[in-house]
Design a protein around this ligand. Structure first.
Ligand SMILES: Nc1ncnc2c1ncn2[C@@H]1O[C@H](COP(=O)(O)OP(=O)(O)O)[C@@H](O)[C@H]1O
Ligand SMILES: [Mg+2]
Length: 181
């Protein structure tokens, strides 16, 4: 594994994938540096789950590249990818981390009562403060942007906006589309 501090831990370039006859992801570029907490936010159907499943090899990439610690992942099995320490927490499941190198959380707040959502975000913040690298996929845009350092806004299978989470939190487009302001 490449431990060069300058190389992103997870790098996704031009990633495309979908389902029989339906292209969902259309050229996704994103990265997560070591120890960074990064959000992917977006509405229902934007392609967030498809993105995570393509990174972990559950859905076949039709174009593009994914690397983790410098290792190319496209074409590897989901089990193999998990062995490299890239752990996926599926939609609607509780965080259960067994010493992964990086956690990808797919809508951990989905279906939880508000008080449990708060606890969940605190757990993610604690893992982040311990230096865990995290990709947090959420529809809970405000909370996620407050928690993360950087974020990507996903719309229609593309990255519509990206940048510093604090900047996105005050961005008019984000405020109108996702924060109801
Ligand atoms: N198993 C599937 N078969 C066909 N289409 C799917 C499947 N899962 C998701 N889709 C479609 O892919 C698009 C993106 O879905 P998804 O990745 O689940 O979005 P999100 O997680 O952002 O809500 C949607 O149009 C959805 O209807
Ligand atoms: Mg989803």
């Amino acid at each position: 594994m490449n431990s060069d501090a300058q190389t992103p831990l997870l790098r996704v370039e031009g990633l495309e994938s979908g389902y029989a006859g339906l292209r969902v992801l259309a050229g996704i570029d994103l990265h997560v540096n070591r120890g960074e907490t990064v959000a992917v936010v977006g509405g229902n159907g934007a392609g967030k789950t498809t993105l995570i499943r393509t990174i972990t090899g559950m859905i076949k990439a039709t174009a593009g590249a994914v690397s983790f610690g410098g290792v190319p992942l496209v074409g590897l099995s989901t089990d193999r990818i998990c062995e490299y320490g890239l752990a996926q927490v599926p939609e609607g499941r509780q965080i259960f981390a067994s010493q992964p190198v990086m956690l990808m959380l797919d809508e951990p707040s989905l279906g939880l009562a508000p008080i449990v959502v708060e606890q969940m975000f605190r757990t993610v913040a604690m893992l982040a403060s311990e230096g865990m690298s995290i990709l947090l996929v959420e529809q809970n845009v405000a909370e996620s942007l407050r928690l993360c350092q950087r974020a990507y806004v996903m719309e229609n299978g593309t990255i519509a906006l990206s940048g510093d989470a604090k900047d996105l939190l005050s961005d008019d487009r984000v405020r109108q589309a996702y924060l109801g302001l």
